[in-house]
Design a protein around this ligand. Structure first.
Ligand code: NDP
Length: 611
């Protein structure tokens, strides 16, 4: 193997040209319109295959806090609220249990590609130590259950239930929460934790509705048809020709499992992912320092600092994320200090090219058929698409029963018929067609028309934002919408280890509730505080623009159109943001509080859900 080398200037010019051509080849004029919702006649693709809703009475009572969403965001909010002494908490969740993305995504091979010892939250608090460096999805789902049990979040939770509206009542200073199960209950506070990648999307391939074989989306795996478990053993596929569409982070995990179990597997690829070394292994408590108090907090802070480009002496996790996934972020701090864009872009381009050459060499080394290897090589900059990791993916293409169908030249699959898939002149008959085609980004919760939010005076949140642009304080709260706390990365911060970010948000949300309770106040920032935040996050916002504009299309750059206008996140990274929040909580939390005009709802009306 040739070791990755620093590319010469002429190589960089050639790469730039190649990347530009690849981008042009892939950008589609219909960008987001190429996808289709999983509703109406396609609702089958989004139905819950794991839990049948049970009958229950509609709720018309009052709770202290309604938490929308039972994924890690929601249960972390619940846990942190409990630590602040909040007794009455009601989680409302569309799925049949807690777990969020880990409830829905149970496809064979599902793992978290972030190290389990930093990804699984509340390890210090629950005493749980994962056994693998990268945990299987089921273990993560079970950990979500563990947290919900430990913090007494099941007692009043409503599952298989979707919130349909939030309406603020000025007279009682409470929210009315309605759901699709006929509930209409009151809550003093509402925490919205509906997640970002929740709505499965389908490609709008002509003829998709005519397919007569079996079909489903990876986030609703049909084990009734395939047989087996997330660990494999899909005996139902032993005599089946299976097609899978999509080679993103999900496709990379599921394809080796399908390759093992299906009679024949066709992999329909549009853009190849970068697939780096995985090296999963069993770990011991000693390996990860779990014999010392506060070990998990120290480890995940160390990880966040490294992937955010902050100086750190030791790399405790030491994997491919910490080695290279923070490529861009690692150079950003020095750019911010010196502001020399040209030097920054040059340094970035050279580091990126070395990394991408290494990954393309990995394909060549592993895939025996040169034509297939060529098609699997990614031609774009490293973080244009979400990096993926697997030691099983490339070897799967050396099997006789696996065929890679590259669809880049036709912008994806051209047509689906009753019996199969059409790409160019080729018609491939399949018995089962599986869509690993991802999710609409940020398509649930209060940022969408699907969950209308009426604040003071009946003002609708999205109408207000359409008029004046989105306005929040730190991404959490908005004036005119008291006691409504939003989790997620909008005007907030993000990181690859999103559960860490969510936990910091949960701590913050619980502190806001506790401060309001202590002072008999409402959580509501002033318009001036929102304006100041908007200015603060807008100041350095364009850092990533140049980068995404040159990328192949995908959900990171809105299918090639670039990032939306206006500041969408705190531009200095999660570490700096968490510091800022902690400092604000200590010195300025009063800024976000305003006096109640009514007494709090009496305790006697509240559902008592304390553990
Ligand atoms: P992605 O959106 O990342 O990938 C969708 C795939 O479908 C892409 O390969 C896309 O191609 C392909 N596709 C879409 N339309 C067509 C078409 N018409 N014809 C052919 N191919 C098509 O979805 P994933 O479910 O893979 O991942 C979503 C996110 O979920 C990840 O980015 C990650 O954040 C998270 N995830 C995290 C995991 C973890 O371990 N932590 C594991 C799995 C997912 P193209 O690239 O050309 O658009």
């Amino acid at each position: 193997m040739t070791p990755p080398h620093a590319p010469a200037p002429h190589e960089l010019v050639a790469l730039r040209q190649r990347y530009r051509l690849e981008r042009e080849r892939r950008v589609r004029p219909d960008d987001m319109a190429q996808y289709r919702d999983t509703d109406a006649e396609f609702g089958y693709y989004a139905a819950d295959p794991y839990t049948a809703p049970t009958k229950r009475d509609a709720r018309h009572d009052t709770v202290d806090v309604a938490v929308i969403g039972g994924g890690f965001g929601g249960i972390l909010a619940g846990a942190r609220l409990r630590q602040q002494g909040v007794r009455s908490i009601r989680i409302v969740e569309r799925g049949g249990d807690v777990g969020g993305t880990w409830y829905w995504n149970r496809y064979p091979g599902v793992h978290c590609d972030i190290e389990s010892h930093v990804y699984l939250p509340l390890l210090d608090e629950t005493g749980y130590v994962p056994e693998w460096k990268y945990a299987p999805g089921e273990e993560i789902r079970q950990h979500a259950v563990r947290i919900a049990e430990r913090f007494g979040l099941y007692a009043d939770a409503l599952f298989s239930t979707q919130v349909t509206s939030l309406t603020w009542d000025d007279a009682s200073e409470t929210w009315t929460v309605t759901t699709d199960r006929g509930d209409a209950f009151r809550a003093t506070y509402v925490i919205n934790a509906t997640g970002t990648l929740t709505e499965p999307k389908l490609p709008g391939i002509p003829g998709i509705e005519t397919f007569r074989g079996h079909t489903f989306h990876t986030s609703r795996w049909d084990y009734g048809y395939t047989g087996g478990t997330p660990e494999g053993g899909m005996s139902g596929l032993a005599d089946k020709r299976v097609g899978i569409v999509g080679t993103g982070a999900t496709g990379i995990q599921v394809i080796p499992m399908l390759a093992r179990d299906a009679a024949h597997l066709y992999v329909f690829q549009r853009t190849p992912s970068t697939v780096d070394v995985r090296a999963n292994r069993r770990t011991t408590a000693e390996d990860v320092g779990a014999d010392r108090e506060g070990w998990a907090r120290r480890r995940r802070e160390n990880y966040l600092r490294i992937v955010s480009g902050e100086p750190e002496e030791q790399d405790l996790v030491a994997d491919r994320w910490t080695a290279s996934a923070g490529l861009l972020e690692k150079l950003l701090p020095s750019f911010r200090r010196q502001g020399d864009r040209e030097a920054f872009e040059e340094a970035y381009e050279a580091a990126d090219a070395a990394k991408m050459n290494e990954l393309r060499q990995r394909v060549e080394r592993t895939v025996t058929d040169p034509e297939t290897a060529e098609k699997l090589k990614p031609w774009y900059r490293y973080a244009c698409k979400r990096p993926t990791f697997s030691d099983l993916y490339y070897p799967a293409f050396n099997r006789d029963n696996v065929t890679l169908i590259d669809t880049a030249d036709t912008h994806g699959i051209e047509r689906i018929t009753e019996r199969g898939v059409v790409v160019g002149d080729t018609v491939l008959e399949v018995d089962c067609l599986i869509f690993a085609t991802g999710f609409f980004v940020g398509a649930s919760g209060i940022h969408t028309g699907k969950l209308p939010v009426h604040g003071r005076g009946g003002t609708q949140l999205l109408h207000r934002w359409a008029r004046q642009g989105p306005r929040t304080l730190h991404g959490f709260t908005s004036s005119g919408f008291p006691n409504l706390i939003q989790m997620g990365s909008f005007q907030n911060a993000s990181s690859v280890n999103f559960t860490h970010v969510l936990d910091e948000q949960a701590v913050h949300a619980a502190a806001l509730v506790a401060a309001a309770e202590a002072r008999n106040a409402l959580v509501e920032p002033s318009p001036e505080a929102e304006d100041a935040w908007n200015t603060a996050i807008g100041k350095d916002a364009p850092d990533h623009e140049w980068f995404h504009a040159e990328c192949t299309p995908g959900y990171y750059n809105r299918e090639g159109r670039g990032r939306p206008n206006g500041p969408t996140a705190y531009p200095h990274g999660a570490v700096a943001f968490h510091r800022l929040l902690a400092d604000w909580r200590e010195h300025s939390i009063g800024e976000a509080l305003r006096a109640r005009t009514t007494p709090r709802p009496s305790d006697s009306h509240r559902a008592d859900t304390a553990d």
